[in-house]
Design a protein. Sequence first.
Length: 322
Amino acid sequence: RFDLFSGMLVPYCLATMLMVIAAGGTIYHSLENLRTQDVRDLPALARMLTSEAENSAPSPARRFWQLLDGDTRVMLSDLAGRDEATTEQKQAFCRAANAIIASGDMYTREDFTVLEDRLPANARGILKKDRATLIDKEVRLLNRQLLDTAFLVPRQKDGQTIWGDDLIKKLSLRVSPAQAAGMFESLGITPFVSRYIFGLGILGIVLSSITLQMLMAGFGACEIFKLEPGGRAYKLACLIPAPGMLGVVLWKTMGTWIAVPTSAICGIMLPIAYIGFFLLNNNKKYLGAATPRGAQALIWNLGMLLAIAVSLASAAYYIYTL
């Protein structure tokens, strides 16, 4: 029975699930970022970059140097004469490199043509596309793989590389559930939370979303066409969202990235649902004898007002940062 309790519980569940999606989307979109632990020999990289900077011939290192900010160039010039880099210097370099990875200005054919045959298949596929049609995810993936391919050179000391040569294999436009759990664990979250709690959250998204959509479609059809809930027509109306199952078939084309814009749109619309529930919760004409009273009404209203305030703040912040 779709009673008041169910009606109030659903938006709270939706809000929690949106947070899970948003967190996963944020981590997913930082996959291509360079981390301090990835940079194994920053002085060696600094020597390569400063040497190529003086060369007039186009090259990946020369292009990367051109895009670095002045402070990072000064730091790398100093590091070129040293044997070790501090953690702070690695962090500063990673911030500068990640800004370049996120930009669409890095790739030029004349600078990177020497690498094209050595790039992974997915990067070569991106290069074949029209640059104007690339999504941000593809731009970051291409830039990161260009850097990895350009700077995977032997170290003078022990034959290692500047950063791990297994990173190219890890980068992808799609993330498996196991990889998603691993990303959470890399942030310090326990395996129990990253695998079981996160997995249950994803399962909750599936079960609650399709259930809510089917109920809403059925009740909406009943109101529009003056049908009695529970009959054959009502059950058929509940199947209106069923074509959404095609998403399972099309997911290989859609990719994981679609969760970010859809969750953002849902987050913006969420305050509307909360305000509607708040008004209905206090509407005696609608609820009649089921209208909350006394302490129960106070608890419900305080909870809903808090939910409205948080969702409005979240939606406003998202729109402000667009």
